[in-house]
Design a binder for this molecule. Structure first.
Ligand SMILES: [Zn+2]
Length: 110
């Protein structure tokens, strides 16, 4: 068993981790877990398994780059169709929009 590359003190032991993406559970997967800091590491094959499960559940690639548009004096953030379907957002829904720091925008569907 190897040493933990994060805390450099703990030992990595085989175990299982619960993996989730965008709040959706993808199940449990084999991992090596640090007995000291709790950091977990998965190998290449497990990464591919996690990716395949996320694709099967239709949530792979929901986070994506967009370009901010312009409408009159306002700027427009388009919500991609797949993301809108995943979240059940429709035109006409109300939302609260607010900054979180200078680089993050929170859009909360109300
Ligand atoms: Zn560690």
């Amino acid at each position: 068993m190897g040493k933990c590359p994060v805390c450099k003190k703990g030992t990595l032991r085989k175990g299982e981790i619960e993996e989730a993406m965008f709040g959706v559970s993808l199940g449990t997967f084999q991992a090596e877990i640090c007995d000291r800091c709790g950091e977990s590491f998965v190998d290449e094959d497990t990464m591919l398994e996690i990716e395949a499960e996320a694709k099967r559940r239709g949530i792979w690639g929901l986070g994506q780059k967009i370009t901010i548009g312009k409408s009159g004096n306002s700027l427009v953030v388009r919500i991609p169709a797949r993301l809108a379907r995943f979240m059940g957002i429709e035109a006409g829904n109300e939302a609260l929009i607010q900054p979180e720091g200078e680089k993050k925008l929170i859009v909360e569907i109300t």
